[in-house]
Design a protein around this ligand. Structure first.
Ligand code: NG6
Ligand code: CA
Length: 517
């Protein structure tokens, strides 16, 4: 077997048995080879959408393999119940409320400060080749974006050497890939124009030309038509570059496996962000009918296949033992997210959020508690962990893994080092955890406090048919007795609610000088 001896092999502090919850003060140092790290990030995949968590009507053998042979977190969270904020936290180590990050239109400027330390920049700093492949949704350019010129700033300016992107989401224009800042397969004679305010180009739309659609829209998504599907936003041109939704999983997986192949002899960090299972769900014909749940289930099967391709590629290249794989999702599940794809009608007994209430957009647990696996052959022992963990901590934890010193770093406020929990060496992690949606919630021990809102956005229930978990008043739930958050007990425990509210405010106030818990 080929042993990988990277020239940059480093000393990593691991294996301390007497750590305090936050301590970096490890005492035993072990020399290990510098591992590759791959974060596989599914989109809108719920806690219960995977086989090992009880999915019905679809099987996910490759994700189940990671779970069975890795460390599966039962209380693992993305930072927010929607995409852009979660991705922002994943990459910056900061909560999205600090930047007021919301779901972005496809022509938004880059949301991440290029001078900030990021998950990518720490790996780059330590000599890794870094790459991002798949859905971006963090904005591109400086606010004066011309899609026909090399786009900057973008992933490169925050630490990704290679990028192959869906710029925003599959349901937003422009429906083209961007490779290293340039439109993939662009034809300079057919420039691309994008407008999110109005149909400035007079193009056909889902609203005016429903006869052209192969997938009907339910709400929103009635503007430019690309590949028979109407999207959010208007675009013109770029015919040669337009993606085919049914080939997207193959295209992205090819790019990811090529990236791995190219970096066989040097350490790499790959952030592989799937389009699946976000809308529009248009799996390749070979996955159609693979589930009993229509296109949403088929997209889960397709996504699982992509995971399998990555594992297989690593195995073929003899890299599996030297690669730490994280599998997770950017927010909870959603059935109807704007297209008539029968996800609700065909869901049957399948519970996308598992035993929890709430989904994408919701403040209840189903909004942020997602599939969450750390797999590292021979280094992480197969187990289940009940530690309270968050993706916001990946930055500081991976910094610890690769020996990046964050002591003097002031751009990262919220990310904390819980490497020992992520490697299965400790059973506990966060004492407090923030969940973002239209409000903020804070978890502590068995308690969950949800801050009241001034107004409950009506569209969450009306359009999406989901319980937003919001109230005009503060709420308190006792999760050990009420995991579905059905009984607000704030009147019984006012002092607990008050202390959690105070802690939430402390965390909100934390800044670069006084970092959060
Ligand atoms: C919403 C879209 C939804 C989805 C979401 C972002 C409508 C009515 N809804 O505005 O379809 O695109 O934004 O999803 O347009 S996320 O996973 O990227 O956060
Ligand atoms: Ca998402």
């Amino acid at each position: 077997m080929k042993k990988l001896c990277y020239s940059l092999s480093l000393t990593v502090l691991l294996g301390c048995t007497s750590l305090t919850k936050e301590s970096n003060a490890t005492t035993i140092s072990t020399t290990i080879q510098k591992p590759n790290v791959i974060i596989i990030y599914a989109d809108d995949l719920g806690y219960g959408d995977v086989g090992f968590a009880g999915a019905k009507g679809v099987s996910t053998p490759h994700i189940d393999y990671l779970s069975k042979n890795g460390l599966t977190f039962m209380d693992g969270h993305c930072s927010s119940a929607t995409c852009t904020p979660s991705r922002f936290s994943l990459l910056t180590g900061n909560h999205a409320f600090r930047k007021n990050a919301r779901v972005l239109p496809g022509d938004a400027p880059l949301l991440i400060d290029t001078s900030a330390t990021t998950l990518a920049s720490i790996f780059q700093d330590k000599g890794y080749t870094t790459g991002v492949i798949g859905k971006w949704h963090l904005g591109l350019g400086d606010g004066h974006l011309d899609w026909n010129k090399t786009i900057s700033p973008g992933p490169k300016e925050i630490g990704f050497e290679y990028s192959f992107l869906i710029p925003a989401t599959g349901d937003r224009v422009p429906c083209v890939y961007v490779e290293n800042g340039d439109i993939y397969n662009a034809d300079p004679k057919d420039p691309i124009k994008v407008n999110y305010k109005r149909n400035a180009f007079g193009v056909k739309s889902g609203l005016d030309n429903p006869e052209l659609l192969t997938l009907e829209w339910a709400h929103g998504h009635n503007q430019s038509i690309v590949n028979g599907i109407s999207r959010i936003g208007y675009m013109q041109g770029g015919e040669s570059a337009l993606w085919k939704d049914e080939n997207m999983a193959d295209t992205l997986t090819d790019k990811a496996t090529q990236f791995i192949e190219k970096n066989t002899n040097q350490p790499f960090f790959l952030y592989f962000a799937f389009h699946d299972i976000h809308v529009p769900r248009v799996p390749h014909p070979r996955f159609v009918g693979k589930s009993k749940m229509g296109s949403r289930g088929d997209a889960i099967a397709q996504m699982d296949w992509c995971v399998g391709q990555i594992i297989e590629k690593l195995r073929t290249l003899d890299l599996l033992e030297n690669t730490l794989i994280v599998f997770s999702s950017d927010n909870g599940p959603i059935l109807d997210d704007g297209y008539k794809d029968k996800a609700s009608e065909l869901v049957g007994f399948h519970a996308p959020s598992g035993p929890f209430s709430g989904t994408k957009y919701s403040t209840f647990e189903g909004g942020t508690r997602v599939p969450f696996i750390f797999y590292w052959d021979k280094h992480i022992q197969p187990a289940v962990s009940n530690a309270l963990v968050s993706q916001v901590d990946f930055l500081a934890s991976f910094a610890s893994l690769i020996g990046y010193d964050m002591k003097d770093d002031n751009s990262v406020i919220d990310s904390k080092n819980y490497l020992n929990a992520f490697l299965g060496k400790e059973k506990t992690a966060r004492e407090y955890l923030i969940e973002e949606s239209y409000t903020l919630a804070i978890r502590h021990k068995q308690w969950k406090f949800i801050e009241g809102v001034k107004k409950i956005p009506s569209w969450i229930e009306e359009e999406k048919g989901i319980n937003p978990g919001l109230s005009l008043k503060d709420q308190l739930f006792q999760l050990d007795q009420d995991s579905s958050e059905s009984m607000n007990v704030i009147e019984h425990y006012p002092e607990i609610a008050a202390s959690l509210k105070a802690e939430l405010q402390n965390i909100q106030k934390a800044n670069k000088q006084s970092k959060a818990q």
